[in-house]
Design a protein. Structure first.
Length: 175
């Protein structure tokens, strides 16, 4: 069984709070079929921070979606979508292949599109293709453009070395 440090627990709490606040603060563009969840730009950070980020973003989605008003399917579905997308992105990001971060963020977008786009179309009574299109386009902006840029910036930040020095495992391009 893996051991997690206090820093990892703090990171999970921080990521959960940042995600939930980001979604709720921008609620008008966070809960429609053509949504741009700016908070989703944080999801690629799971590539660097692994399990703490994956858990944090899942809990953050659960909390945020309670405020969204779309019900239990959205609360659980969004949380599960974030958990799967972040976990898969993290695993791809650990591979020693060229363009792994691009592949990881693309996989995150596809997973979010498949899960969230499907249940949103059901909840809103829309054709599933419309649900997929709306979520895909919004995730392309949030995850693949903003999130990838954030991932690149954070990966060069000295904060990563500080976290590693205090017991957190961080996965950079070099590791």
């Amino acid at each position: 069984m893996a051991r997690y440090s206090v820093i990892d627990l703090v990171l999970s709490a921080f990521f959960a709070a940042a995600y939930a606040v980001g979604v709720v603060a921008l609620a008008p563009i966070s809960f429609t079929v053509f949504q741009v969840r700016v908070a989703d730009s944080l999801l690629p950070l799971a590539i660097l921070f692994g399990v703490p980020a994956s858990l944090g973003f899942s809990i953050g989605a659960l909390v945020a979606n309670v405020c969204g008003g779309l019900g239990l399917i959205d609360i659980l579905g969004g949380s599960l979508a974030n958990l799967i997308a972040c976990s898969v992105g993290w695993k791809i990001g650990q591979r020693r292949v060229r363009g792994r971060w691009f592949l990881a963020t693309a996989a995150q977008n596809i997973i979010l599109t498949a899960i969230v786009g499907t249940y949103l179309s059901y909840l809103l009574g829309l054709p599933v293709v419309l649900g997929w299109t709306g979520v895909f386009l919004g995730s392309a902006v949030a995850v693949n453009i903003l999130g990838y840029a954030l991932l690149e910036a954070v990966s060069r930040s000295p904060i990563l070395r500080l976290l590693e020095a205090h017991g957190s495992k961080v996965y950079t391009e070099e590791s």
